[in-house]
Every structure is written in structure tokens, then in C-alpha cells.
Design a protein around this ligand. Structure first.
Ligand code: ADP
Ligand code: ZN
Ligand code: ZN
Length: 832
């Protein structure tokens, strides 16, 4: 399955004796191991190995092979430990992915091994242990032993008494180095055997036993007649086309496994193992194929992309197309073109579970050439889809962030849909940005990359202006359907009239009534990030916060508790303010639950469903709700930001946004951009069909530029204002940014380390080409019981940023700064 150059191509090439292994640990280095005989012959680049690391055994990835140790590495040969075991006969990783993950780890200053691990489907990386048992030959040998002096003899005796036992337990008893060598010798002499056992459920191919009739000539010539049960079995098999699942056969014939086994012995039938593919779209109804004629605008855009595909060179496009302008059709046609050229294509989407219609459409167009990769799949499904890509039986991958590392061979096209979406950014180690890695992958592979969005990330639009990307545009909706008009509703006016009960403006209520009286659908969206229900004291203004995390606790009605959304701390709602003891506590904001309650009461005739992280943790329930909404069985969908993403519901003509203000107030330089994007995206949900759509945005700040330009939906106007702000205040894309988070449960410890680091940063910043800010408390000053301090580093360019950081980090280490509490994030997306 691999196309890696294996040594068999080079006759008599010397075998590698050393291997460099990337380990999934938060360390920015690789480790060298010696390859014992047996491993030398079979090792391939990209295979997993079991290696000793301290007292542990870890699974790592072979990233380089050497015949000898180059002296420059400064490694003392005698100190090099042996690799223990080769875990893959066929490497999981292709050379391309090895190179790509190396680049990514280096760019984001994180661990290569962790990056490699993140690139593989979960489950495949489960911990492995070696299990030893004594063989028959070993038992013979055991009898010959008179006194057990040698390690070999001692361990053989031990194995004789224990049956199967893990190498970990053997090491515990005899010591790792003592036992490992002896065990290898025992195995070599065939006195002991070894196999691998996974410690946690590991993804593996799903197999089942199947029964098949054999032709008469293979029947054993015995004279016995068939029993009643056996006759039934044969008859059942004859009725099917000769093949049936073992357990089904027992069930339908009401017989036993032994009757089937007997027939197998008599040569009447055979039992074999069949691998079955777990298909995430197994019973899905596929949409009809569309036979669309491209519009002139689409034709122009597609021609540009196809032309770039011809040249077989790297090229990046920004496809800026308003919602409903027919970008998807272009993606599909470009992918077809790539397949026809014998290449493969990758499409990244922010949240595929939310676009079930779309995956079905791709399956309808490309059949089994499409593999789907996202986190809502079961481990088994994901594993099977991944293997179809690795084997080359599927040549189109569609998936979320980590699919950027999908093992496609000969990649010709990468599409990043909704490229501005924050979910492309991995928010924990190993940090990376799926879109940016996609661009690098395309660059390495001489492929074409298309970034598509109705609201490009500021950086991307900037890159299209400065010539890094070619700009393609689809300024009009298909059929020139008008864009939904976005209307701002000034909630201050509503508040004056309705007082604190003002949650829904009369305008929105009226719009809902109108929409549903016409038999159309609506979406109600609230900006959950800042607008959950919390408790405020009207006397002193204090909000009730989590003691661990310093964020506002959210009131959950169902449990009648205040809950911290970061650490899950829960407490009862107090009767009076913990600070001033006033009794005038006030529940501010409306969580999704309450909004839904109010709507249900007001519109008891409507079918209302809610979708958010809390209600839809159950696998596939997103999908169920969305499919049922698209079939018109639900009238109104209530939910959070995620509802704004890429769906196409033609019958939705109203979108109401309950509050956007809290999102604007977040301590993050991207909050205006994020708000603008959210509003533009959500407006795109309304009026996708032939009907005119309407968008109502309730706000207390109608004069904010993010809202004003969302109102007119002019990206260019918003961009002009936002880019000025970024320039004036030295924010990306005008600087390369790194945020350094120092976290520890002991504040002084965190602070001292932060100080050392800051001093080193100042020192390494000799040319004063960087701006170093902090340490300051991070916007979330406490999280999960840890104090968090933040240092921001702004540099004129990336090279300067890395030079300064790398120098400062190694300097800090020498000054005994504890780098384990330091987290460096390059190009942070979220400064919270
Ligand atoms: P986008 O991805 O840009 O938001 P879509 O690709 O979802 O837009 O297209 C919007 C709608 O227009 C879809 O229902 C799609 O099937 C339809 N559509 C796309 N291209 C054409 C075309 N050339 N002719 C007719 N309908 C089209
Ligand atoms: Zn908390
Ligand atoms: Zn108070």
C-alpha cells in the first residue's frame, strides 16, 4: 500500500542501524535508537516502533533511518538504546506527511511526535504492550535447566510459571535492561513467543465470519446423510446466492454452530473471515444528481482553477463568493477534474457533522471515491475511512481540521471551505491552523489550493491584495436572488418600553409570526460566547464567578445550578449577593434553554428544536435534527453560532440574532472580525431558496462598525475599517504574533517563571525588532485551578519572531525557567 522507496529496490543496500524516532511527548526533539537485527531488515520510514524511554515504553514514529551516526549529532554511540519492537509492517505515514508534520511542528514550535499522533486517526495510536509466553520448545528447555543462574534461565522459569505476561510486568520484576536482552534472546531461540496487546480499545478492521457453499466436487466422499439441521443449513445457503453471515445463518435456520462446523469439515461449505467496511453514510439516502449549467461567473472562476490545475504548479486562490453564489458546485467540478487527471483531492470543512446534506451530495457524485473524516464518526468508521485513503481506494477526502493530514497520495487540489472559520485552529497542543497547513501542503505537493468564503479572514483577504493569493470572486447569488436584508434592531429603545423583560423585540416577534403564517422556516441564533445567563447584583454590579476560572458562571435552569463552562464547577444559586449581601440578584441574559422556553410559550403552534453543544453531544443527533429541519418537520431552529455555518435550507426566510453585543466586548483583537463574520454568515442562511429572506439583529450598539457593515453586507467596507485598526494598533497581519501562556497552580511560581522568560525575551530582542508585552494576567486569569499569565510578542516578521523566541527559550532554560509551565502559541487566533 505504500509507495515509499523501500530498500528492496536497491539490491544489497546496507541496512540501517539507527532510527530517529519522534515521540508523542511535549518535547521539541527526536530521539535516536539502535535497530536490533530483525528490525533492521523490516523497518520502513513512517512505521511505528516501541522504544524504551526512561522507565517507560512508548510508541513513536520512525522519521529517519541511518547506517551510522553522523558525528555532528554529538551522540555517544554507547548510550544509544535499542528499539524494542516494530509495530507496523506497512508504514502508516507517507513521506509527504512526515515532511508536512515536521514543517508544522517546527513552525508552531511544538512537538513533532504529537503532531504525528494528531495526524493519525484516534484509536490507531492506542498504547501497546508486548506480551510474552513460553513456547513448547521453551518448555522442553525448561526441563533441562538445573540451576537458573543466567537472566535467560530465570526469565524462562518465570514464563513457565506465569502463562502470558506483559513485558512491563517482567521489567518490574527483573529490571528493564536485564530482562529486555534476555527476552529477545529467548524469542530468537524460539523458547518464548511475543505478541502485542493493545491496552485500550484500538481501532482495528471489523471482521465477521461468513459461510459459503462449496461445489460438489470438494465434498468429502463420506456416505453419511445430512441431519435435519444440516439439510436446513444447505437449503438456506442455496436460497441465498451461496453466502451468508455465520451468525445470521444460525439464527435463520435455528441450528447451532457445531452443525455448520461439521458441514465445513465434510467439505460441503467453508467458513471464512470477511472484512467489513464501517461506512458513516451506510443507510443514508443520497440526493439526486444535479445537472446544472454553470453561470457565467462560475464558468470564469472554474476556468481559472482548471487552468492552474493544468500547470501542475502550486497556486493559491481566494474564492470570495457571497453565500449562495454557487461555490460548492465549483468545488465539485474542480475535484472531478483532478480525479480525471489521476490525482486526488482534499476538501476541508469547518464542521462536517453540521452539513450532512453536503456529505451525502459528495457521496452521490463521487460514490466510494469519497472518504469522510470528522470527529463525530465512531473510531471504527474513522479508521476504515482513513485506511481507504491510505490504500488509495478513496481519492477524495472531506473532513475537518485534522484531515489536512489525510494520507492521500498524489494530491492535486486542496479546498478549504469557510476558510475564515475559527475551528480550523487547534486550540491545544499541538497547535496548528488547518488552513495554513493546507497551504503549505499544497505548496510542497505542487498542488492548487482554493480558500473559499463569503467573509474571508482578514489575513486571507490581505494576502489576496498583496498578491500572495489570486483573487476570484462570485459577487452575486445564483439566479440573482437578492441577499437577505439585515436590519438592526436597537434594543435600547425596546428596553425603554419593556424594561428588563426585553428579550425579544416586537419587530422580531412580528417577523416570526409572518414567516410561519406563510409556512416558511426560521432560525434564531444567540451569541452564546458572551450571552449566556448569568447572575448580576443590581446593588453592587458584581457578577458571580467561578473560583477556579474567574469566568462568569452560567445559570442552568434544568438543574437549578450555576455551572462553570470551563471547569464544570457547580454551585447553588445564592439568595443574596456574596459581596454586598443585597437581595436584588438579577438573572441577566437568556441562555438557549430560556429562549427556547419563551419561544415555545409564545408560539405553541410551532415545532421548535434547539441545537447546541449541550443538547447535541449525542452522536448523530446534530444530523438528525438538521435533516428533519431540512425536510420541513421542524419549523424553527434555536441555537448558537454553529448554526451559522454552511447549511443550505431553502425554506428558511427569517434569521433572528438575539444579541451580538457581548461577543463584541470580548478581550480579543479579533472580536469585531468574528462578529462581522458571524452576522454575514447567518444572513446567508436566510432566503437561500426562491424566497426573499430577512435578518433581524438585536443590539445595544447599532453604531459599531462591525454591525453597520454587516447591515449593508459590504465586506470591503468592513475590511477597510478593520485593517486600519490592525495597522494602527500593531496587530496581525501587520505583525507576527506569539502568545506565551505561563500556567501553574502556584501564582508565585508562574510569576517567577514568567519574569525570567520576559527578561530573556528582552535580552534576545537586541535590535528591538520585537515588542514584548507582559507578563499580565491572561484574560482568563484562572482556569481549571491554574493561574495564567500571558506574554505577547509582536515582531515585524516571522523569522524575527522565531529567532527571538528560540533564543529566549534556550536562554531561559539555562536560567532554570521551568519550560513545562510555558506554552508558546504562534499566530494565536483566540486570545482568551
Ligand atoms: P455557496 O456554497 O456559495 O453558498 P451553493 O454552492 O450552496 O452556494 O449554491 C447555492 C444554491 O444554488 C444551491 O442550491 C445550488 O444547488 C444552486 N446552484 C449552484 N450553481 C447553480 C447553477 N449554475 N445553476 C442553478 N443552481 C445552482
Ligand atoms: Zn471554573
Ligand atoms: Zn452585591
Amino acid at each position: 500500500m505504500s509507495n515509499l522507496a523501500t530498500r528492496s529496490f536497491i539490491e544489497d543496500a546496507p541496512l540501517p542501524e539507527f532510527v530517529e524516532v519522534a515521540l508523542p511527548l511535549p518535547l521539541r526533539q527526536v530521539f535516536t535508537y539502535r535497530l536490533p537485527v530483525g528490525l533492521q531488515e523490516n523497518i520502513q520510514l513512517g512505521a511505528r516502533l516501541l522504544v524504551p524511554f526512561g522507565k517507560r515504553q512508548l510508541t513513536g514514529y520512525a522519521v529517519a533511518l541511518h547506517q551510522k551516526i553522523s558525528p555532528e549529532l554529538g551522540i555517544e554511540e554507547a548510550t544509544i538504546k535499542d528499539a524494542l519492537e516494530l509495530l507496523d509492517s506497512e508504514p502508516l505515514l507517507t513521506e509527504e506527511i512526515i515532511k508536512l508534520t515536521q514543517w508544522t511542528a517546527d513552525y508552531y514550535a511544538t512537538s513533532w511526535g504529537e503532531m504525528l499522533k494528531a495526524s493519525l486517526p484516534a484509536g490507531i495510536n492506542a498504547a501497546v504492550e508486548q506480551v510474552y509466553s513460553i513456547t513448547a520448545k521453551g518448555l522442553d528447555e525448561l526441563l533441562k535447566i538445573t540451576s537458573a543462574n543466567s537472566a535467560k534461565a530465570k526469565i524462562l522459569q518465570f514464563l513457565g510459571g506465569t502463562g502470558e505476561i506483559s513485558s512491563r510486568e517482567i521489567s518490574k520484576k527483573f529490571g528493564a535492561s536485564y530482562s529486555q536482552r534476555a527476552l529477545r534472546e529467548l524469542v530468537k531461540e524460539n523458547w518464548a513467543s511475543v505478541f502485542h496487546r493493545t491496552l485500550t480499545a484500538q481501532a482495528k478492521p471489523k471482521r465477521r465470519k461468513v459461510v459459503r457453499l462449496l461445489p460438489p466436487e470438494s465434498h468429502k466422499p463420506d456416505q453419511k446423510t445430512f441431519s435435519e439441521a444440516q439439510t436446513k443449513i444447505v437449503e438456506t445457503l442455496l436460497k441465498t446466492d451461496g453466502e451468508i453471515v455465520f451468525t445470521d445463518l444460525i439464527e435463520t435456520t435455528d441450528t447451532s454452530a457445531s452443525s455448520i462446523n461439521t458441514l465445513a469439515k465434510r467439505g460441503v461449505l467453508e467458513i471464512f473471515v470477511q472484512e467489513i467496511r464501517r461506512d458513516p453514510l451506510e443507510n443514508a439516502t443520497l440526493p439526486d444528481l444535479l445537472n446544472l449549467t454553470l453561470t457565467d461567473e462560475q464558468t470564469t472562476v472554474l476556468a481559472e482553477i482548471n487552468f492552474a490545475l493544468q500547470t501542475q504548479k502550486y497556486k493559491a486562490f481566494l474564492l470570495h463568493g457571497v453565500t449562495g453564489s454557487g461555490k460548492t458546485e465549483i468545488y465539485i467540478r474542480a475535484m472531478k477534474e483532478v480525479l480525471a487527471k489521476g490525482k486526488s483531492a482534499l476538501m476541508l470543512v469547518p464542521e462536517i457533522a453540521l452539513t450532512p446534506v453536503f456529505s451525502r451530495r459528495l457521496r452521490a457524485v463521487f460514490g466510494n471515491e469519497v472518504a469522510i473524516l470528522h470527529s463525530n464518526l465512531s473510531t471504527g468508521e474513522r479508521f476504515d475511512e482513513w485506511r481507504r485513503l491510505r490504500a488509495g481506494t478513496a481519492r477524495i477526502a472531506i473532513g475537518t481540521r485534522s484531515a489536512v493530514f489525510a494520507p492521500l497520495q498524489n494530491i492535486g487540489l486542496i479546498i478549504v471551505d469557510e476558510e475564515h472559520d475559527g475551528s480550523y485552529r487547534q486550540h491545544e497542543s499541538p497547535f496548528y491552523h488547518g488552513r495554513d497547513v493546507a497551504i503549505v501542503r499544497a505548496n510542497f505537493a505542487k498542488a492548487v489550493v482554493v480558500l473559499g468564503s463569503a467573509t474571508p479572514a482578514l489575513e486571507s483577504f490581505h494576502n489576496s491584495q498583496n498578491g500572495k493569493y489570486d483573487y476570484l470572486t462570485l459577487p452575486n447569488r445564483i439566479g440573482n436572488r437578492p441577499l437577505a436584508t439585515a436590519e438592526l434592531v436597537d434594543m435600547r429603545e425596546v428596553f425603554k418600553v419593556d424594561g428588563k423583560n426585553a428579550i425579544f423585540s416586537p419587530q422580531l416577534i412580528e417577523a416570526i409570526e409572518e414567516t410561519h403564517s406563510r409556512g416558511e422556516q426560521s432560525i434564531i441564533l444567540l451569541n452564546r460566547r458572551g450571552f449566556s445567563s448569568f447572575v448580576l447584583c443590581r446593588a453592587c454590579g458584581e457578577t458571580i464567578r467561578c473560583n477556579n476560572c474567574d469566568i462568569t458562571l452560567t445559570f442552568h435552569k434544568r438543574e437549578a445550578k450555576l455551572i462553570c463552562h470551563y471547569c464544570n464547577h457547580r454551585e447553588r444559586v445564592p439568595h443574596k449577593c456574596p459581596l454586598c449581601e443585597s437581595k436584588f440578584l438579577y438573572f441577566v441574559g437568556e441562555g438557549t434553554e430560556q429562549i427556547e422556553d419563551i419561544l415555545r410559550r409564545k408560539f405553541s403552534n410551532l415545532k421548535i428544536a434547539r441545537i447546541d453543544r449541550d443538547t447535541t453531544s449525542r452522536r448523530k443527533s446534530f444530523e438528525e435534527v438538521l435533516m428533519s429541519f431540512s425536510r420541513g418537520e421542524i419549523d424553527m431552529l434555536v441555537g448558537t453560532q454553529m448554526l451559522a455555518k454552511g447549511h443550505d435550507f431553502p425554506n428558511v426566510t427569517l434569521v433572528g440574532v438575539i444579541s451580538v453585543d457581548a461577543g463584541l466586548a470580548l478581550p480579543d483583537f479579533r472580536s469585531a472580525e468574528k462578529t462581522f463574520q458571524l452576522l454575514t454568515q447567518v444572513a446567508g442562511r436566510a432566503g437561500r431558496g426562491r424566497l426573499q429572506g430577512r435578518v433581524l439583529i438585536q443590539t445595544f450598539h447599532p453604531e459599531h462598525y462591525a454591525l453597520r457593515h454587516a447591515n449593508t453586507q459590504s465586506y470591503e467596507d468592513f475590511y477597510a475599517e478593520e485593517i486600519r485598526f490592525r495597522k494602527n494598533l500593531n496587530y496581525p497581519p501587520f505583525v507576527a504574533l506569539a502568545s506565551i501562556l505561563i500556567k501553574h497552580s502556584n501564582y508565585n511560581y508562574a510569576f517567577d517563571n514568567a519574569q525570567i522568560l520576559r527578561d530573556c525575551l528582552q535580552k534576545s530582542n537586541v535590535e528591538k525588532s520585537c515588542i514584548v508585552l507582559g507578563p499580565a494576567p491572561a484574560p482568563l486569569a484562572r482556569l481549571k485551578g491554574e493561574h495564567r499569565l500571558q506574554i505577547l510578542v509582536k515582531a515585524g516578521n516571522r523569522t524575527k519572531l522565531r529567532e527571538t523566541l528560540d533564543f529566549a527559550l534556550s536562554e531561559a532554560q539555562e536560567k532554570f525557567c521551568d519550560l513545562r509551565v510555558v506554552n508558546v502559541e504562534i499566530d494565536p487566533v483566540n486570545l482568551l
